[in-house]
Ligand binder design. Structure first.
Ligand SMILES: NC(=O)c1ccc[n+]([C@@H]2O[C@H](COP(=O)([O-])OP(=O)(O)OC[C@H]3O[C@@H](n4cnc5c(N)ncnc54)[C@H](O)[C@@H]3O)[C@@H](O)[C@H]2O)c1
Ligand SMILES: [Zn+2]
Ligand SMILES: [Zn+2]
Length: 348
């Protein structure tokens, strides 16, 4: 079989590798599509070293079908469509013992901490697999992981039907939050970014979106104007490493300033710099600030929404390429982020 192997940093090669055996207690998954995540781009460049090393097979966003059922496994049949949840937690650290698995102190992901899904076959324990109805397109199955990040954020924020929302950052994560938000409310969603093509995605696929280019106007002032001075109920921060520009506001602080009294700010961006939070601005509103990390069983919710048509995964797909072109796909994402959200890799 073939796999997209990161043979050295910045270099993925389409190589013949040994097909994994279906281990007892596991199922062999034939991968249909994989999807490149921002973390994969960091791994590709060597920025996750020494957590990752080469050679390795990346890929924690992928979907496929069961090709073989291992000894002792029941409830799975050859041909079942599956979305693997790539996260594995230790189960015995203080966070795990509290049932707060996304905060596991040794949280690991297949495709980062072990070989992943940018390959034609992978053997996985059924506990990591969610069954997907056969009629859901293979391309959409590969997006279940990233969509679950948006759903988890929406759940962490406790979003309600009557809420208005701002999503600061209309990139991969911001757009997944938008998808999740739309499963709850059709109210106004303000989308903020500094790249017009990214703002265009939300506008193209959803109604009642107000797109704000932070380079051209002050998002907080615009939100206040559009909400009669009130602000929004929930603000999501999905920028992380913010591009600084003159007069630009820090995204976390912008979120705090955009919410109504009693509102909620949910932060996802994994920037390295401290955010200049003025706690008085939060306290005056007696507002809540929460964070959201990966997902916690939201795969089931995502699959339900894929079934009932409440999600629009096509909005996220910028292009499809064959698995043999994985290196080129990374180069496209690096050189033209503006026009590329998600690239799907076809491993069939
Ligand atoms: N918490 C989690 O579970 C989780 C999961 C995945 C990714 N992340 C993090 O979320 C962040 C976003 O990830 P992504 O994959 O969507 O990245 P991305 O690059 O696709 O999106 C970030 C967006 O922010 C925009 N932006 C940059 N500076 C801005 C500014 N000053 N004002 C407004 N918009 C600005 C960019 O143009 C871009 O569209 C990263 O920090 C990533 O590490 C968190
Ligand atoms: Zn990811
Ligand atoms: Zn743990």
């Amino acid at each position: 079989m073939k796999a997209a192997v990161l043979t050295e940093y910045n270099k993925v090669e389409w190589l013949d590798v040994e097909k994994p055996k279906c281990k007892p207690g596991e199922v062999l998954v034939k991968v249909n599509y994989g999807c490149i995540c921002g973390s994969d781009q960091h791994i590709h460049k060597g920025e996750f070293h020494p957590r990752t090393s080469t050679p390795m097979i990346m890929g924690h966003e992928f979907g496929g079908v069961v090709a073989e059922v291992g000894e002792g496994v029941s409830g799975w049949d050859i041909g079942d469509k599956v979305a693997p949840d790539p996260i594995y937690w230790c189960g015995h650290c203080p966070a795990c013992l509290k049932g707060h698995y996304p905060a596991c102190t040794s949280l690991k992901l297949i495709g980062i901490d072990s070989n992943g899904g940018f390959t034609q076959y992978i053997s996985l324990p059924p506990s990591m697999l969610y069954k997907v109805p056969a009629h859901i397109p293979d391309e959409h199955v590969a997006l279940a992981e990233v969509l679950s990040i948006g759903c988890h954020a929406k759940n962490r924020a406790g979003l309600k039907k009557d809420d208005t929302v701002v999503i600061w950052g209309s990139g991969k994560v911001g757009l997944c939050i938008l998808e999740a938000v739309r499963t709850v409310t059709d109210n106004t969603v303000f989308m903020i970014d500094i790249l017009e093509p990214r703002l265009a995605v939300g506008l193209k696929y959803y109604d009642n979106i107000v797109a704000i280019n932070a380079l051209k106007e002050n998002p907080v002032e615009r939100i206040k104007k559009e909400t009669e001075g009130k602000g929004v109920d929930v603000a999501f921060e999905a920028v992380g490493h913010a591009h600084e520009f003159e007069g630009g506001i820090n995204p976390v602080r912008g979120c705090i300033q955009s919410i109504v009294g009693g509102g909620t700010v949910c932060v996802l961006g994994l920037g390295n710099d401290p955010a200049p939070i003025v706690f008085k601005e939060l306290i005056w509103k007696e507002a809540r600030i929460v964070t959201s990390r990966v997902s916690h069983g939201e795969f089931a919710e995502v699959i339900d929404h894929l079934k009932n048509g409440r999600l629009k995964p096509d909005a996220l797909i910028s292009r499809k390429m064959h698995g043999s072109q994985t290196q080129q796909a990374f180069e496209i994402l690096e050189n033209d982020p503006e026009n590329n959200i998600k690239i799907l890799l076809d491993f069939r």
